[in-house]
Write a protein that binds this ligand. Structure first.
Ligand code: ARG
Ligand code: ZN
Length: 844
């Protein structure tokens, strides 16, 4: 029973004000609500419906008179007056037994909430839709020392606290936290001179991991003022770290709730990648205060309005805090790994879908990361200055509203005068456009011929041409840039662009900065790729040239053609020796394209990918690289040593990243000696984990694993790494068995989302292991998803995406995967979430 965007109707009733009282009890929390409803002048129907799920109704009243509402599927109906009235109700809920982690639940002895998208209806009866916005007053009663909700504190005493959030908000932004917590406190003075209290709440014992998060928060607040002119709007801003959390974090107004993995950081327990992710997520949730909270979404079809824009903003922020080039490359690697994968399989969907069954299934890479790319393209099209002008108009025009993606695009049109009719297709057409490029050169005129084509996706057979900004530069034969970056606007299916007055045929640098989320298809020689790796002035395309060359080598190895191995190895050696290049960049240039990406490329070329062969090609190439660079490794590794106290900044992280890439190569030559030495002397998690991975790769990890466990036994986030590493570094034929063994470990606390993901997320990402011909990994994953689904439907549904690429593979694998999926689908009482995912994947 899908819900359709086209069926949207405004709410009959608006909420003027809400008061909630919580009397906390693990199994019998009472929630009393008083809600002032007013008729919505935009509608004529006065039918009254409130959402509510898994609530025990104790009593209800309208204007003080008790009533018996009609309980219906998903909520209740009642006879109400034709004019404004006050609704009261009291319900009972059981946070202790709420394992779905949606609504009010308990984690590690504390109460916390997750309401987005539709969790508030598990707390009390309410119009739980984002276009109903109201100020909230909350009173919490309970014998816990810390009692928190949104907004500003208005009073507290022994066993109670009261909060008032004056900013009208939808119910999905509601939050409540109660427990034994300790705060790191700080403050921030806003640009207009207002003092804001900052509190980062953690469980006792985690205080030592809060400094970095607090600095990231202050940096985010400053950045949003400087870059977007956005100031914070309450007296206090709080973050709470929670161990059991389905997602990374949540932007509840004034009270962000974070997965511990997305906020707690220390050098001994967190890798550089962890620090970077934490900084980005803290920024993301903070930025939601304007893009999401002050301006929210009319309905969930508009989800990318807040998520795409907020991801774009957090990516800009990370680029400013660290290296722009390195951040961009990492963002594109992630986009290709997750969004392209999604967009090219049975789960492909629009950035603005037309329908869904369960909204939780649409918190996807397409809504988030592709959504962010669309914002980036708009910025590229209108230019920096016009972009910020348009954003100012967006904030003034829609502040306090529940807006739509259409509103957003119209703001851009009104502000810049550009017609974005065709650009809108990016929101409504699923699938990754393929961009074919051809060239010719005659009499000093160079011409680029482009052809775009988007393959069919479920429900969309035919695609219209999209408006693609293609940033292009031209490099002359001697390596100088003869035409600096210009943005070509492609709007037709086929289109050519000419460049005059050139003395010789140039080498094109196409799609600089990855100016559009498309797949470029261009036959090019290894020599030309190596030339661009050496001379391109655009750091993204410089990296891309090396990556494409590596991909050419791997694909040729898999298909048994002549691989341009020596071009690759020589170009790589030159690049690595270039001290003018950021070590982080060099580390990225040493990385190989993902096995999943290679499988898709082969599939596109009409070859059925064999995950084992792809894996072997990677091993062969890495071995050849290690041998080729052998002489260079000791000197370069020594240069990457950091002789200063640990700092999680981009500079040190870059050196560690390159150092570890080099260690992986050394590891192939010395059988693990250097890795063991690094493990033994490691004073930070980046080195310790990197060294452990190398030891596991050469099957000499037993001692290090035991040591690691004894050091970090009590630290859940680090133990997640202990689990994940063993699966990630298991040989393909062993991955399923290693995973099965780990599920028997007493520490495999599978109801905890982080632990479950550590193990089964790692298995899904170990491509050759997951797709091993034995089919064991498929069966094991299905067994555990069936077990998890009744406990936590959101995580179970999300993890079914391990199977989403099944159509690429051979008949045997397809049979094994589809029977695993059918077995999941046949499970009694399977959640709506998982049902929708599996059905979409199977195409029924
Ligand atoms: N809005 C949150 C964020 O982007 C994500 C929460 C999603 N929660 C969910 N149950 N789907 O940071
Ligand atoms: Zn978000």
């Amino acid at each position: 029973q899908p819900i359709y965007l086209a069926d949207y109707t405004p709410p009959n009733w608006l909420v003027e004000e809400v008061s909630l009282t919580f009397v906390l009890d693990p199994r019998a929390t009472r929630v009393r609500s008083t809600i002032r409803f007013t008729p919505n002048p935009a509608t004529t129907s006065r039918d009254f419906f409130l959402h509510g799920e898994q609530l025990k109704l104790i009593r209800a009243a309208i204007d003080g008179a008790g009533i018996t509402p009609e309980l219906v599927d998903g909520g209740l109906k009642a006879e109400v007056p034709g004019t404004a009235f006050t609704w009261e109700s009291e319900v009972e809920i059981s946070p202790q037994t709420n394992t779905a982690l949606e609504g009010l639940y308990m984690s590690n002895g504390m109460y916390c909430t997750q309401c987005e998208a539709e969790g508030f209806r598990r707390i009390t009866f309410y119009p739980d839709r984002p276009d109903v916005m109201a100020p909230f007053k909350v009173r919490i009663e309970g014998d816990l020392p810390v009692l928190l909700s949104n907004g500003n504190p208005t009073g507290s005493g022994d066993g109670w606290a009261e909060w008032h959030d004056p900013w009208p908000k939808p119910a999905y932004l509601f939050a409540l936290v109660a427990g034994e917590l300790i705060a790191r406190e700080d403050s921030f003075t806003t640009m207009s001179g207002k003092e804001v209290d900052l509190k980062l709440w953690v469980r006792p014992g985690d205080e030592g991991k809060t400094a970095f998060g607090m600095e990231a928060l202050k940096a985010s607040m400053k950045w949003d003022e400087q870059v977007y002119g956005r100031e914070y709007d309450l007296d206090i801003f709080q973050i709470v770290a929670v161990s059991d959390f389905n997602m990374g974090a949540m932007e509840n107004k004034g009270l962000n709730i974070f997965n511990t993995s997305a906020v707690l950081a220390s050098s001994k327990t967190s890798t550089d990648a962890n620090f970077e992710r934490i900084e980005a997520i803290i920024a993301h949730e903070y930025f939601h205060n304007w893009t999401g909270n002050r301006i929210t979404c009319r309905d969930w079809f508009q989800l990318s309005l807040k998520e795409g824009l907020t991801v774009f903003r957090d990516q800009q922020f990370s680029g400013d805090m660290r290296s722009k080039a390195v951040c961009r490359i990492n963002d594109v690697i992630a986009l290709r790994g997750r969004q392209f994968r999604e967009d090219n399989g049975p789960l492909a969907h629009q950035v603005q879908p037309d329908s869904f069954v369960e909204i939780n299934n649409f918190y996807t890479a397409t809504i988030y990361e592709k959504g962010a790319e669309l914002i980036g393209m708009m910025k590229t099209l209108v230019g920096e200055e016009e972009y910020y002008k348009a954003l100012d108009l967006y904030f003034t025009r829609h502040d306090g509203e529940a807006a739509t993606i259409e509103d957003w695009v119209r703001v851009f049109e009104d502000s810049t005068g550009r017609d974005l009719t065709q650009f809108r297709r990016w929101y409504k057409q699923a699938g990754t456009p393929r961009l074919k490029v051809m060239e010719d050169f005659k009499d000093g005129t160079y011409t680029l011929h482009f052809e775009q084509e988007t393959p069919p996706t479920p429900g969309q057979d035919k695609k219209q041409p999209q408006h693609i900004p293609i940033a292009v530069g031209l490099i002359g034969p001697n390596g100088d840039e003869v035409v600096p970056t210009r943005v070509l606007e492609m709007t037709e299916t086929k289109q050519s662009f000419t460049f005059d007055g050139l003395g010789a045929k140039p080498t094109p640098s196409i799609l600089r900065h990855f100016s559009a989320p498309v797949i470029v298809q261009r036959d090019s020689s290894p020599a030309e790729r190596a030339f661009l790796l050496a001379h391109d002035t655009d750091p993204f395309n410089k990296w891309e040239a090396g990556r494409t060359l590596a991909k050419d080598v791997l694909i040729a190895m898999v298909t048994g053609e002549d691989a341009p191995l020596s071009n690759y190895l020589e170009a790589l050696a030159v690049m690595l020796r270039d001290d003018s290049l950021d070590p982080a960049f060099r580390a990225l240039a040493l990385g190989l394209p993902g096995q999943d990406d290679l499988a898709q490329t082969l599939f596109d070329a009409g070859v059925t990918p064999d995950p084992q062969k792809i894996h072997r090609a990677g091993e062969t190439l890495k071995q050849a690289t290690a041998e080729h660079l052998h002489d260079l490794l000791p000197r370069l590794s020594a240069e990457m040593e950091v002789n200063a106290p640990f700092k999680p900044n981009a500079e040190q992280a870059g050196k560690r990243a390159l150092g570890l890439e080099l260690l992986k190569l050394t590891n192939r030559m010395d059988g693990g000696a250097a890795a063991q030495a690094l493990y033994d002397k490691a004073d930070n998690m980046t080195h310790r984990l990197g060294a452990l991975g190398c030891l596991l790769d050469v099957e000499k990890g037993a001692d290090a694993l035991a040591d690691f466990r004894s050091r970090f036994d009590g630290d859940a986030l680090v133990m997640d790494k202990w689990f994940a590493m063993q699966v990630a570094h298991a040989a393909p034929e062993k991955a399923a068995d290693v995973t099965a063994t780990l599920t028997q470990d007493p520490a495999f606390n599978w109801k905890n989302p982080n632990r479950f993901r550590a193990v089964f997320g790692a298995l899904a990402m170990n491509q050759a292991g997951f797709h091993h011909v034995s089919g064991k990994a498929y069966a094991l994953t299905a067994d555990w998803l069936i077990k998890l689904d009744p406990v936590n439907h959101q995580i179970a549904a999300r993890m079914t995406t391990a199977f989403e690429t099944w159509r690429r593979y051979d008949a045997d694998r397809q049979d094994m995967i589809t029977s695993a999926l059918r077995r999941i689908l046949a499970t009694d009482g399977l959640s709506r979430d998982s049902q929708e995912m599996v059905r979409r994947m199977l195409g029924d």
